[in-house]
Design a protein around this ligand. Structure first.
Ligand code: SF4
Length: 365
């Protein structure tokens, strides 16, 4: 069971306009495979979703079927309204490195209820974008101990393929992870979110071994391109709650800002200056803070998937305005041109270091 919020409300000096809390995601259907229901953690999820009166179907086999609609749009809608509880296949137990974000990625779910029009999952996950949650999470967590490196703090990222807070009320999986790593000296759990329902995390025994990061962008980009997520103001309030010391009613977590995807939109300097000022106002007390800067990029594969998911998108994915960047396997991604990239990078480094001289910049990409 996840801890219940016991803290008093934390006053928030950040300006209170557009404080739009994301609505809790309630899937239209919840599917369980027979294997998932044999797992005690799968049964806990079953109890949570039935307590919420969500329509549950237990499938006859372990294959997910029936998600395709008449066309791509309908398939997308069906999938985005579905939570599937499955058992993670054996391959999931072979962890993959995930530089520069962490040493290893461990996915407690694959798929996400939000509707970001640049979604990082497009082109990475196969099939309809249903949210699959893994019922054998405790075994997956036990497996991570084999990846701990004694000579250094080993970091584990759980947000590569989902938004962990967006589904936490349905699964309790992130709380399981926080408790697990709280008991593992020499490790750090890392997660990032665009949601704001963090109250259930504030009392958990993280022992400083979870870095809770919030993904931020300009209000305009968030409103235009990040459907279903919390407003930037609500995310700033969540960041403040997570970072606030325990004795003041917060979570006392090491925290992080992930500024992503950075885009040189019109008046970008003013808009990002405003955002950084608001981060400074939200974190107006000493805390353990880092930042990661991620500029927007796309691949031919992600572009073609995103064009089916969001045919009317206003997201700029014109290859002509970008620089191709090749990886060692011959794949290409389109990033901003070197002169534009240099301008952006120098702006963010200068502005960040002015406001947060003690908060390390982990990387720019
Ligand atoms: S929150 Fe992340 S995973 Fe979810 S839709 Fe947005 S970009 Fe995709």
């Amino acid at each position: 069971m996840s801890a219940q919020p016991t803290q008093k409300p934390i006053s928030n000096p950040v300006k209170n306009t557009h404080l739009m809390t994301s609505r809790l995601w309630m899937p239209r259907q919840v599917l369980f495979t027979p294997d998932a229901l044999e797992e005690p953690f799968g049964q806990q999820i079953y109890t949570r979703v039935t307590d919420l009166n969500l329509p549950v179907t237990v499938l006859k086999t372990n294959r997910l079927t029936g998600l395709r609609g008449e066309d791509d749009r309908q398939t997308y809608r069906n999938a985005k309204q579905t939570l599937a509880v499955v058992k993670a296949p054996p391959g999931t137990f072979r962890l993959q490195p995930i530089p520069p974000s962490a040493d290893w990625q461990m996915n407690l779910a694959e798929g996400c209820p939000a509707h970001c029009q640049y979604c990082y999952l497009a082109g990475s996950l196969q099939g309809p974008p249903v949210t699959r949650v893994f019922a054998n999470l405790p075994q997956m967590l036990a497996n991570t101990t084999a990846y701990e490196q004694p000579e250094k703090t080993t970091t584990f990222e759980v947000s590569c393929y989902t938004d962990v807070i967006g589904i936490e009320h349905l699964t309790g999986g992130l709380a399981e992870c926080i408790r697990h790593f709280g008991n593992r000296p020499g490790t750090q759990l890392r997660f990032v979110t665009k949601y704001d329902q963090v109250d259930s995390l504030l009392g958990l025994p993280h022992n400083g071994r979870t870095r809770a990061r919030v993904s931020l962008n300009t209000d305009g980009i968030a409103r235009r391109l990040e459907g279903g997520t919390a407003s930037i103001e609500a995310r700033l309030t969540a960041l403040r709650k997570l970072a606030m010391p325990r004795e003041k009613g917060g979570g006392g977590y090491p925290v992080g800002v992930v500024l992503a995807p950075i885009m040189p939109v019109e008046n970008w300097r003013e808009q990002y200056t405003d955002l950084l000022n608001r981060v400074a106002a939200a974190l107006d007390f000493p805390c353990d803070l880092t930042v990661e800067f991620i500029s927007h990029r796309f691949t031919p594969g992600s572009k073609s998937v995103l064009e089916t998911w969001y045919p009317n998108t206003s997201l700029d994915m014109d290859e002509q305005g970008r620089a191709p960047k090749r990886n060692k396997f011959g794949g290409v991604k389109y990033v901003y041109r070197p002169d534009e990239m240099k301008d952006l990078r120098s702006f963010f480094y200068t502005e960040w270091q002015q406001r947060f001289p003690d908060a390390p910049i982990l990387y720019w990409t």
